[in-house]
Design a protein. Structure first.
Length: 144
């Protein structure tokens, strides 16, 4: 009798271990095969082909190195690498576009699709750099 119950417990332990191992295995596989994971190359290409032209079209009239409205120069971001080197303005850019504040109402507006592309790209890049928005912006910029 004693040995049977010990055996029962043992097989429960094996079953449990198997489940955990399979679970971990599936977790790892699903992470590896996520097709949507933006790679550095994707982000670089998207910036050059899509994002930079959108910024140039809708933002650089005012946010060029020369005009620099709101102390924001977006012209210096010639490539995704430039963005990686200076993430600071990007959370604000996401906020302003999402809130519909930028570009200013009287100026040509990006389509909903274009806004989504801009915001999604900036989010992906920030996520890829593994720095949450609040870590870059800091808790408060009340003095600005
Ligand atoms: C017609 C000129 C104009 C255009 C076009 C424009 N902006 Fe601005 N932007 C301003 C001015 C002026 C300010 C500062 C005053 C304010 O916040 O309203 C500003 C401020 C900002 C700020 C806030 C900076 C900060 O951290 O306080 C962000 C972010 C921004 N703009 C992003 C954009 C983006 C992105 C685009 C293009 C999609 C854009 N702007 C297009 C004039 C413009």
């Amino acid at each position: 009798m004693k040995s049977r119950s010990a055996g029962g417990r043992f097989s429960i332990a094996i079953t449990f271990t198997c489940c955990v191992v399979i679970g971990i295995d599936q977790f790892l596989t699903s992470r590896q095969t996520r097709a949507t994971e933006p790679t550095q190359t994707n982000l670089d290409e998207q910036y050059t082909k899509i994002i930079h032209p959108l910024v140039a079209k809708y933002c650089l009239d005012c946010h060029s190195t020369k005009a620099k409205k709101g102390h924001l120069d977006l012209e210096r971001f010639k490539s995704a690498s430039d963005v990686r080197r200076d993430l600071e303005p990007w959370p604000a850019l996401i906020e302003q576009i999402e809130a519909g504040e930028m570009p200013p109402k009287e100026k040509p507006q990006p389509s909903t699709g274009e806004k989504t592309q801009l915001v999604a790209w900036a989010r992906d890049l920030l996520a890829a750099e593994a720095k949450p928005v609040w870590a870059i912006r800091g808790p408060c910029r009340c003095g600005d």
